[in-house]
Design a protein around this ligand. Structure first.
Ligand code: PLP
Length: 356
């Protein structure tokens, strides 16, 4: 076994809803701990999957995910042959790491950020340099990230907006940073929450064609409400594109994933409704936090990162009230996904009670 992974711990998955309900005697549980969409996917996704004939089951799926590739290329204004699909953005993170990192190389990430970048680096026996975000605003410290680059650095990861902080970085700042990075360093901008951003120029996907060392990741797990379907993709140029296509498993997406994801991408009306509702809820929640002098970072996502002091105490209380949030990322800050209007009202009440 690789020495670097001997002490690794398995991912802390959510307790099943039924188990949590039974434990706390709850009739209603709002699952707001994994940034899923409370609105679910477009009804057209399930219709498309149901309409897929069962006789496909005996044959391998389309390894190029052609219909999905065309739908995404059109929607994102990128070349079809710049898209690598995977079982969630998770698989792209794993594949990129596997493709680019060698033992003894290093990656640079903001701190805090999504845990999988460092986890996969560890599996590949690479080091991770964590650069704290700016305390006041949660913004990425680009200067410090740049100063951390050395001759062994091969990747920089930016989740934009970031998870768990929810904080968004401007395209102009990311491109200025990229210009200063050595061309041998791959910058991955993970835009898992991009759809929720209400600022202009929210993506660097259109810039991929200009940089061989820029990769953009997207997922259908968040705004598209398809966390269970497991579909994500990366946008990248040659030579990385060709190598990633060679490294990935040939039939990583099955036909139901391809058909369902295509229907989701083609129903932009539905996506826009979800995003509009989320932005309204986010605004109301942030107004509440501000009015009550609670410390939080300005979010451009479907979740909020709030300083509550004793995370475990607050998390446990919210759970007892039927709101399952993420209380295991930090000892002082919790991450809560936005729920339905009703759940958000209830959660605000519960927060006031426990924070008194
Ligand atoms: C920043 C970020 N990237 C990637 C993922 C993984 O998404 P997927 O469900 O597509 O694997 C998540 C999920 O929470 C995330 O927060």
């Amino acid at each position: 076994m690789k020495e670097s992974i001997k002490n690794m711990k398995a991912y802390q998955a959510e307790l099943p809803a039924e188990a949590v309900k039974a434990k706390y005697g709850l009739s209603h549980l709002a699952r707001l701990s994994a940034n899923e969409s409370v609105y679910g996917p477009s009804p057209k996704v399930y219709q498309a999957i149901r309409a897929t004939a069962a006789d496909i089951l005996g044959y391998y799926p389309d390894g190029q995910a052609t219909i999905l590739r065309e739908a995404v290329a059109k929607h994102d204004h990128v070349a079809p042959e710049s898209l690598v699909f995977g079982v969630g953005a998770d698989e792209l993170i794993q594949l990129l790491t596997r493709t680019v990192l060698t033992p003894g190389s290093n990656i640079i990430i903001p701190d805090p950020t999504f845990g999988e970048y460092a986890m996969h680096a560890q599996i590949e026996q690479a080091d991770t340099k964590k650069i704290p975000v700016k305390l006041e605003t949660g913004q990425v410290d680009f200067d410090a990230m740049l100063a951390a680059v050395d001759e062994k650095t091969t990747m920089v990861w930016l989740a934009n907006p970031n998870n768990p902080t929810g904080v968004f970085e401007k395209r102009s700042d990311i491109l200025a940073f990229l210009e200063k990075l050595p061309k041998t360093v791959t910058l991955v901008v993970d835009e898992a929450y991009y759809d929720f951003v209400d600022e202009p120029d929210a993506t660097v996907a259109i810039d991929v064609k200009n940089y061989t060392n820029l990769v953009v990741l997207r997922t259908l797990s968040k705004a598209y409400g398809l966390a269970n379907l497991r579909v994500g993709y990366g946008i990248m140029q040659e030579p990385l594109y060709g190598v990633m296509q060679a490294v990935r498993l040939p039939y990583n997406l099955n036909t139901y994933q391809i058909v369902g994801a295509t229907a989701a991408v083609e129903d932009q009306n539905y996506l826009n409704q979800v995003v509009a509702k989320t932005q309204v809820e986010r605004k109301q929640f942030q107004t509440f936090l501000r009015d009550n002098n609670l410390t939080f970072y300005n979010s451009q996502t479907n979740f909020l990162w709030i300083k509550v002091g004793d995370t475990k105490k607050v998390g446990e209380y919210l759970l007892s009230q039927g709101y399952q949030v993420n209380d295991h990322l930090n000892s002082e800050w919790i991450r809560i996904a936005l729920g339905t209007s009703e759940d958000n009202v209830g959660m605000r009440k519960a927060i006031l009670t426990i924070m008194k």
